[in-house]
Design a protein. Structure first.
Length: 155
């Protein structure tokens, strides 16, 4: 049974995974999978606003380093790609605001996972479509099948 250590504000994702067959644990030593779910607290203070992105990711990575974690999922929105593109660009980073910067930084920091042997998948999920992605998130976390060491998907 998957032993899940979760970083985020709780709610739909955590509830779904617990009902699906994951057991929430409170210590990294008891976990074999990790989920880091970003959120935007809409604070007017930019530093406080990054608590739900960079702050969560750093907290998770500090715990994961040196632990026996098999898989990690990072869930964020599409704020790192939904801002205005530079003139002449059609793809790449396009931050919508400080939250977008935090989301992009989460994606970059999550690349540490594979360096520690943790299969890592980043889900950029459109606002309001998290329910549609839950079955895919659960499947990745509980699969024994081969998958890339690192992948970013926008379901």
């Amino acid at each position: 049974m998957p032993q899940l250590l979760y970083y985020g504000r709780g709610g739909l994702v955590l509830d779904y995974l617990n009902q699906a067959d994951c057991t929430s644990v409170s210590r990294i030593q008891d976990a074999n999978i990790v989920v880091v779910e970003s959120y935007d607290n809409k604070s007017s203070n930019p530093s406080e606003r990054l608590a739900g992105t960079i702050g969560l990711m750093r907290e998770a990575l500090d715990e994961i380093e040196g632990a026996s974690i098999e898989r990690m999922v990072v869930i964020t929105d599409q704020s790192s790609t939904k801002g205005s593109m530079r003139k002449g660009s059609t793809s790449g980073v396009a931050l919508d605001d400080v939250h977008g910067l935090g989301s992009l930084t989460m994606e970059v920091l999550s690349r540490m996972g594979p360096k520690w042997g943790v299969k890592t998948k980043v889900y950029r999920i459109q606002h309001g479509h998290i329910q549609d992605a839950l079955v895919h998130i659960h499947a990745f976390l509980t699969s024994n099948e081969k998958s890339p060491e690192y992948e970013v998907v926008s379901p």
